[in-house]
Design a protein around this ligand. Structure first.
Ligand SMILES: Nc1ncnc2c1ncn2[C@@H]1O[C@H](COP(=O)(O)OP(=O)(O)OP(=O)(O)O)[C@@H](O)[C@H]1O
Length: 628
């Protein structure tokens, strides 16, 4: 039923005839002339004021009725769980807006509504649809948002217009990156964190340049009929396919539930398949259920990709994206990565690598170990178990009390344990699944290693819009930060503990290392055996001596050769899991070689000790850090 259609006096003959573009894919630019301008005399604003200290306006109902041509059908953009959404033009400024008319079931009181609106208005980020204002006249509950002209991600993935080109890989990764940034803002930059609860492809809107903006965030308390099972069930149906397993188990939702939903969206971007598609055969209708067995079989990753992309993507990038996705879709919430870590990883994947420059994700970029563990597991980095300190955000924690630090560390350890448990569980499943095809499994390991190396971004020089350039600046900053990060790495968790900012400084805390990974990629034929890892151990001691150690990992199994350094990852012993988890650590121990002093063996015991990589280590001593 169409509501609020009783304002004929606000609609001129001209406006009746004027088309109200309700095609949300019409690429209308916000700066274009608005297509509808009712006569000034009939649309005089009764009231518009800035709500105290907040960039949100109150609109009266007439104003919004005018903007949407009395909520005419032709202005209807669509109807969702909250109510109908109309495209409109604010008469006072000519700005295009989306007016969301909240369903009146379970109507919230005016004060309650206002309070919700004010807290919504505080959420501002380039990747979130901006709330411009609201109307709470009488029993009206309307929200006015910026209009996003390009339609939703769902439209572009599944409801393409004739002649519309399918989205390419980089565009998809950029959309994922932008959406992750929006979510990261809600989870990490807002206090208290906002759980989105409703992340899905139809809630990711795209502007004319495919810049993503999340909508319907923070609206939980405005849901119609909250507490009314009839209305709740219709929304759950809509979100079905995106909801985390804990939701179906009746547990509380957390930020990690959003990470799960994000994983589903990422999977949709990669595969071009809907989260739920009832037109597909039974075993393919639920996207995650369909994808789970494929996650364990990297050989099948390329078949997973959206056929519309016609394999126009780097296989390595695909493998990394799938690795991130499968991590987000872990059954156990605590085993899923932080969205901030997903964001960092996607910042690298959303960079074009057409020039074939080897790319790097510094492990130090990740705040939580689960992401580096996941990427390591998918062969993106073999040197997982370095104990990494948290990123620069934690610098702020120096002001926190010691008990908070301890609590934080406990949580970290718990998360790490959970990740390892989850990995082991999955590894066991894989072992069972592949026990009848050992040779395949071996070749997979090789393939994973070959294709899943981490990528180094390069700057894009194309001209961009303001918002996009902001985003690129942000990408650049992220990368610059990541690349310049010095890892205070330690060889055991005890040592790591000693290196926490809150700890008393020790000589170890002054040992800083930069870590970069040069990938062996198919694209670089000759380098396929020469994955080179450069570790610059910068000893900031009184003599300012920098020790730079170069380690080349040669991807073959000849362990008998030339060893001077051994890296043991002690995280794998089924007999004594708890103890091993405590020992989750990497050791560098120098062992002697019969042939050469400058080569090493990297022993990855996590993979059953079967993969030994030759490491060539050359120690260079620099007199000053200037030489680095
Ligand atoms: N700010 C906006 N700019 C442009 N179009 C919008 C905007 N907000 C919503 N829309 C469009 O309006 C329609 C309804 O959106 P709405 O968010 O209410 O529902 P939904 O996302 O389809 O479902 P749900 O409410 O269950 O999430 C969708 O087609 C959506 O793309």
């Amino acid at each position: 039923m169409i509501r609020m259609n009783c304002f004929p006096c606000f609609t001129s003959q001209k406006s009746r005839n004027a088309p109200c573009t309700n095609n949300n894919n019409n690429q209308t630019n916000e700066h274009d002339e608005p297509e509808f301008r009712p006569p000034v005399a009939t649309t005089k604003r009764v009231e518009e004021r800035e709500t105290e200290q907040l960039p949100v306006k109150t609109f009266n109902f007439r104003e919004l009725a005018t903007a949407t041509k009395n909520f005419r059908q032709e202005c209807l953009l669509g109807e969702g769980g909250f109510g109908r959404v109309y495209k409109g033009t604010l008469q006072s400024t000519g700005q295009l807006v989306a007016v969301k008319q909240l369903d009146k079931h379970g109507l919230h009181g005016n004060k309650e509504f206002q309070a919700e609106v004010l807290s919504l208005a505080k959420l501002e980020h380039p990747n979130l649809v901006k709330l411009i204002g609201y109307c709470g006249d009488g029993d009206q509950r309307l929200l006015v948002f910026e209009y996003v002209s390009g339609g939703s991600l769902q439209d572009h993935l599944y409801e393409q217009k004739p002649g519309e080109k399918p989205m390419d890989w980089i565009t998809r990764m950029k959309i994922a990156f932008g959406a992750a940034q929006g979510l990261d803002y809600l989870h990490d930059k807002v206090n208290p964190p906002v759980i989105y609860r409703d992340l899905k492809a139809s809630n990711i809107l795209l502007d004319a340049e495919f810049y993503p903006k999340l909508c319907d965030f923070g609206m939980h308390n405005l849901e119609p009929g909250t507490g009314d099972s009839l209305f709740l069930s219709s929304r759950v149906m809509d979100t079905y396919g995106y909801s985390a397993p804990e939701y179906t188990r009746g547990e509380d939702l957390t930020v990690k539930s959003d990470v799960y939903s994000f994983g589903v969206v990422l999977l949709e971007l990669i595969t071009g398949r809907r989260a739920i598609d009832t037109t597909k055969p039974n075993d393919e209708q639920n996207l995650v259920a369909w994808a789970q067995p494929i996650f364990r079989d990297p050989k099948r990753y390329p078949d997973m990709a959206d056929p519309l992309m016609k394999k126009n993507f780097s296989e390595r990038g695909l493998n990394q994206a799938v690795a991130i996705t499968s991590m987000c879709l872990q059954e156990e919430p605590t085993a899923r990565p932080l969205i901030s870590d997903v964001t960092v990883a996607l910042s690298f994947l959303s960079m074009s690598t057409e020039d074939g420059i080897p790319t790097t994700i510094p492990m130090s970029s990740f705040r939580d170990k689960s992401m580096s563990i996941a990427l390591s597991r998918h062969g993106s980095c073999s040197v997982t178990p370095f104990s990494l300190p948290r990123k620069e955000e934690d610098d702020n924690s120096s002001s926190s009390s010691e008990s908070e630090d301890e609590e934080e560390e406990e949580k970290e350890k718990e998360k790490e344990k959970e990740s390892i448990r989850s990995m082991k569980k999955q590894e066991k499943e894989e072992t069972t699944a592949h026990s009848d095809d050992e040779s395949d499994s071996n070749s997979e390991k090789g393939q994973e290693k070959e294709h899943s190396q981490l990528e180094k971004p390069r700057d894009s020089s194309s001209s961009v819009s303001d918002s996009e350039s902001d985003q690129r600046r942000s990408i650049h900053e992220t990368n610059a930060t990541a690349q310049s990060l010095k890892i205070n790495y330690s060889y055991s968790s005890e040592e790591e503990d000693n290196e926490r900012p809150s700890s008393k400084s020790s000589s170890k805390s002054n040992e800083e290392s930069t870590f970069s990974w040069h990938d062996s990629d198919k694209d670089h034929a000759d380098s396929s055996r020469n994955t080179s890892m450069r570790i610059n151990s910068l000893a900031h001691d009184d003599t300012s001596r920098n020790t730079s150690m170069r380690i080349n990992i040669l991807a073959h199994n000849d362990s008998s050769r030339n060893t001077s350094m051994r890296m043991n990852s002690l995280a794998h012993d089924d007999d004594d899991e708890e103890e091993e988890e405590e020992k989750h650590e990497t050791r560098l121990e120098h062992i002697h070689s019969s042939k050469s002093e400058d080569q090493s063996v990297y022993s990855d015991e996590e993979s059953g000790g079967s993969s030994l990589h030759q490491i060539e280590a050359e120690e260079e001593e620099h007199i000053s850090s200037d030489n680095d």
